[in-house]
Design a binder for this molecule. Structure first.
Ligand code: PEP
Ligand code: MG
Length: 594
């Protein structure tokens, strides 16, 4: 990953991690400013001293932050870029900026924010009059400095998208799923964040909302003040800040081509996902929000392989009750019928938090009291959901999927609770499917290793590669510093998946993959060779994977898999597979350099 290079108003191209495909061009809207930014407010003579103190404290805080950023840059060996921070630190000391702002507060009795804005305007005008291009550019530096001070003055409130005008590209340090769904999504055309990786939940949510996104752009909020034009190329993981007219034109052409290809791919949506030698690999959709149902249908999914229900629990003050569960699931099941819907029970924790459920602060939330562990502890919450799922099962084909199962004991505990829930419904004479399939996610290494034990007691498996990779390779899936180690083709992962598939089939149960890996057409032939029954992915990805499947044979997949399993590293495997796929499907895969 290229380090972000701060410079001034000229075009800046930054490389991050593309997590949601597509190209958009729009205005930057940093999330961490509030609407109060530039609002004038009168202060009384008695308030002047505290107003000036507030200003000085914000300057001190800003200097401290800049020192910290500088330190981080130096530690990482990017010392050549630290000069810009020195410039900013110097500007914090600038007499004009400081004295003029304080003078305005004292003489005109206005709040600090307003005084700062007026001072900034004056300085900008002075810079505009300068002929020297280099000095002219320093105006941008002053603006960045002022923005930082302002942020510290008003606190880092989450700015609501309602406050912004037109279509915007949200730029934030991070976006939790809760933040994301709070936004007015009609206005948001793109996401750019400092942290995150391909499988972080920001990434997953932006994909499901079909909003192009690039994550892992470290320190981007420091360089984007708001209102700049930004291009996001979510496919390549690139953003361009302040693009030149020529660059905008080039990306507009690229965008047209991308849209054309998307339309072409859509032709595959209604076709079956069958290979030329008659192997049928079911392609299903992962969804988090009920609003995604039209996309599921449009992109040709044969059902829902993963409904992440935790989004039902987010951003609210009360828990969803049984009735609410039924209403949501019923809608989903009826709209997707005759295809099945796999409802995953609450997978809370890690980077998925609900505002009202008090989870203790843990040193390591990814390995803490989360998902099924939480549900087994809070059985009332769990049972309300199970009863809701059971009741919805009368409206179509429903399966229950359990997240984060680490061994068969948890599965057995769930079965007892599920039987209780069934008894409660029977007692009230409420209908449900008594044979509702109960599956487990294979996403913790211990579950993969004991798949033979689990397969005897589970109705199906769904391999969650996002977490399986995280836990097998010890790579935090939301930490951009280790994202380069997040290797789906690591031999450990491929062996793990192969072992699980073989065992499932030996025990006569179906097995699918519902992690992000399933969506990448680069791996489709490998999955075919492994003999998976299902792949579940974000709806957008389905036509592309279907296209590869329909032009391949199962035998070809098996042959390729044999070769793939010979490699000792993910890099070798990736090179090999990229080359093969580019030869095989030249219009869909780019030939890579050796
Ligand atoms: C996974 O871990 O692969 C998965 C599909 O679940 P989630 O991404 O919701 O943790
Ligand atoms: Mg998971």
């Amino acid at each position: 990953m290229k380090k972000n290079t701060p410079s001034n108003s000229e075009e800046k191209t930054l490389k991050g991690i593309g997590v949601s495909p597509g190209i958009v061009i729009g205005k930057a809207a940093p999330l961490e400013r509030s609407r109060a930014t530039f609002v004038p407010r009168k202060v009384t003579a008695g308030q002047v001293i505290s107003e000036v103190k507030r200003f000085e404290a914000a300057i001190e805080e800003s200097k401290k932050q800049l020192e910290e950023v500088k330190q981080r840059i130096l530690e990482k060996g990017f010392g050549q870029h630290s000069y810009i921070l020195d410039v900013h630190l110097k500007l914090m000391e600038d007499r004009m900026l400081r004295d003029e702002t304080i003078r305005m507060i004292q003489e005109q009795l206005v709040n600090t924010e307003w005084a700062l804005k007026v001072t900034l305007d004056k300085i900008s005008d002075a810079f505009d009059a300068i002929e020297d291009e280099y000095l002219k550019e320093r105006k941008e530096d002053i603006r960045h400095v002022v923005e930082r001070v302002l942020r510290n003055l008003i606190g880092r409130e989450l700015r609501q998208i309602e406050d912004l005008e037109g279509e915007v590209i949200v730029v934030a340090h991070d976006l939790s799923p809760a933040d994301t769904i709070q936004l007015n999504l009609q206005r948001v055309i793109g996401f750019v964040t400092e942290v995150g990786g391909k499988t972080s939940h920001t990434a997953i949510v932006s994909r499901s909302l079909e909003i192009p996104a690039v994550v892992g752009l470290e320190d981007i909020t420091t360089y984007v003040a708001g209102g700049e034009t930004i291009i996001i190329d979510g496919t390549e993981g690139i953003i361009v800040v302040d693009p030149s007219p020529a660059t905008i034109k080039a990306y507009q052409l690229k965008q047209q081509r991308y849209r054309y290809l998307e339309r072409e791919l859509l032709k595959y949506a209604p076709l079956t996902s069958e290979t030329q030698d008659g192997y049928y690999l079911t392609l299903q959709a992962n969804i988090e929000l009920i609003e995604e149902i039209p996309a599921v249908i449009q992109y040709g999914a044969a059902g829902i392989g993963l409904y992440r229900t935790e989004f039902l629990y987010l951003n609210r003050k009360t828990l969803p009750d049984e009735e609410e569960h039924v209403q949501v699931y019923k809608q989903l099941v009826q709209k997707i019928a005759p295809y099945p819907v796999t409802i995953r029970t609450l997978d809370l924790g890690g980077d998925k938090f609900a505002s009202h459920i008090e989870l203790a602060e843990e040193m390591n939330p990814a390995m803490g009291l989360r998902a099924i562990r939480f549900c087994l502890m809070e059985q009332d919450i769990f049972k309300a959901q199970l009863r809701g799922i059971l009741r919805a099962s009368t409206y179509g084909k429903v399966k229950i999927l359990l997240p984060m199962i680490s061994g068969v004991e948890e599965l057995r505990q769930v079965k007892v609770i599920l039987e209780d829930a069934k008894d409660e419904l029977r007692a009230k004479k409420v209908a449900f499917d008594p044979d509702i399939p109960l599956g487990v996610m294979i996403e913790i290494p211990s579950a993969a290793i004991t798949a033979d034990i689990l397969a005897c007691e589970a109705d199906f498996f769904s391999i969650g590669t996002n977490d399986l990779i995280q836990y097998s390779l010890a790579i935090d899936r939301v930490n951009e510093h280790v994202s380069y180690l997040y290797e789906p083709l690591h031999p450990a992962i491929l062996r793990n998946i192969k072992g699980v598939v073989d065992i499932a089939h030996k025990e006569g149960i179906e097995v699918g993959i519902c992690g992000e890996m399933a969506a990448d057409p680069l791996y489709t032939l490998i999955f075919l060779g492994l003999g998976l029954d299902e792949l579940s992915m974000h709806p957008l990805a389905i036509p592309r994977v279907k296209k590869v499947l329909r032009r391949s044979t199962h035998t070809e997949g098996e042959g390729l898999l044999k070769e793939v399993l010979q490699f000792s590293t993910a890099k070798e495997t990736e090179l090999f597979i990229r080359k093969k796929m580019a030869e095989r499907f030249p219009e869909d895969f780019i030939q890579c350099k050796e």
